[in-house]
Write a protein that binds this ligand. Structure first.
Ligand code: ADP
Ligand code: ADP
Length: 232
C-alpha cells in the first residue's frame, strides 16, 4: 500500500514561487492500477516524481509498503529505489547499450551475479514479449518495443510498485493499446501495484481501477473509475 500524507511542493526561482502540490492526501491499495489525471501543469509529474524522490517534497510523508520514503537518507533511498520501478514518456533507455545491457543495468547496481543477471534478463524479455531482441540497440526498435524494454528494466528487481510517467503519450493509439494490455497483464500476473499519470481519459478508462483528478496542485475528485464514468 502507498500512503501519501499532507504532501506539499513548490518550485522557487529568484523571482517567483510556483505551488506544484498542495496538501495531497492519497491512499493506493496494493495490487491496484491507480490513475492520476489532469491537464498540463496540474502537478501530475511532480506528484509521481515525489514517490521515488526524483523531486524532493517540501513537507508531508510518503509510505510505500511500510517504508517511509520521505525519511530515508541517501543510501537508504538508493536501496528503496530498487523496489520502485519507473517508466517514462521518452523511454529513457541508454542508446549506446544493447537491450540486454539496458535491462541488466539495475541488476548490476544491485550487485547480482552474472548467471543470475543473464537468467533474469531473459525472463524479463519473455515477459514483455521481446525474447529475440537482447542484442538490438534502442535505435533499432519501434517506440512500443522501446517501452517494452523500459518496462522490463523497471521490473527486473521485482519492485513493489511501477510508476508510469505519461508512459504511452509518445505512442500511436494501437501501440498505446498494446502497452496498456501488457501493463494490465503484468498487474494480474504479479499483483503489482501500478501508479500512472496521464492527461488522457482513454488511458485511465482502459486500465485503471481507481483514480484521482488533480487540478492546480490539488486533488479535486477521486474514486473508482467505474463510478467516475457512470456519474460524470
Ligand atoms: P466522494 O464520493 O465524496 O468524492 P469517496 O467516496 O471517493 O468520496 O471517498 C470518501 C472519503 O474517502 C473521502 O473523504 C475521500 O477523501 C476519501 N478517499 C477516497 N479515496 C481515497 C484515496 N484513494 N486516498 C485517500 N482518501 C481517499
Ligand atoms: P504536469 O505533470 O501535470 O504537467 P508538473 O508537475 O510538471 O505538472 O508542473 C506543476 C507546476 O509546477 C506547473 O505550474 C509547472 O510549470 C511547475 N514546474 C514544474 N517543474 C518546475 C521546475 N523545475 N521549476 C519551476 N516550476 C516547475
Amino acid at each position: 500500500m502507498i500512503v501519501i500524507k499532507n504532501l506539499n511542493k513548490a518550485y522557487r526561482t529568484a523571482t517567483n514561487t510556483v505551488t506544484a502540490l498542495e496538501n495531497i492526501n492519497l491512499e493506493i491499495q496494493k495490487g491496484d492500477i491507480f490513475g492520476i489525471i489532469g491537464f498540463s501543469g496540474a502537478g501530475k509529474s511532480t506528484l509521481i516524481r515525489c514517490l521515488n524522490r526524483l523531486e524532493e517534497p517540501d513537507s508531508g510523508s510518503i509510505e510505500i509498503e511500510g517504508r517511509i520514503i520521505t525519511e530515508l537518507n541517501h543510501k537508504e533511498l538508493q536501496q528503496a529505489r530498487q523496489k520502485i520501478g519507473m517508466i517514462f514518456q521518452q523511454f529513457n533507455l541508454l542508446d549506446a547499450k544493447t537491450v540486454f545491457e539496458n535491462i541488466a543495468f539495475p541488476l548490476k547496481v544491485a550487485g547480482h551475479s552474472k548467471p543470475y543477471i543473464r537468467q533474469r534478463v531473459r525472463e524479463m524479455l519473455e515477459l514483455v514479449g521481446l525474447p529475440d531482441k537482447e542484442n538490438a540497440y534502442p535505435s533499432q526498435l519501434s517506440g512500443g518495443q522501446k517501452q517494452r524494454v523500459g518496462i522490463a528494466r523497471a521490473l527486473v528487481n521485482n519492485p513493489d510498485v511501477l510508476l508510469c510517467d505519461e508512459a504511452t503519450s509518445a505512442l500511436d493509439p494501437q501501440t498505446t493499446h498494446s502497452i496498456l494490455e501488457l501493463l494490465q497483464d503484468i498487474n494480474r500476473k504479479l499483483n503489482l501495484t501500478i501508479v500512472l499519470i496521464t492527461h488522457e481519459l482513454d488511458v485511465l478508462q482502459h486500465i485503471c481501477r481507481n483514480m484521482a483528478v488533480i487540478e492546480n496542485g490539488r486533488i479535486v475528485e477521486r474514486g473508482s473509475v467505474d463510478k467516475f464514468f457512470l456519474n460524470p
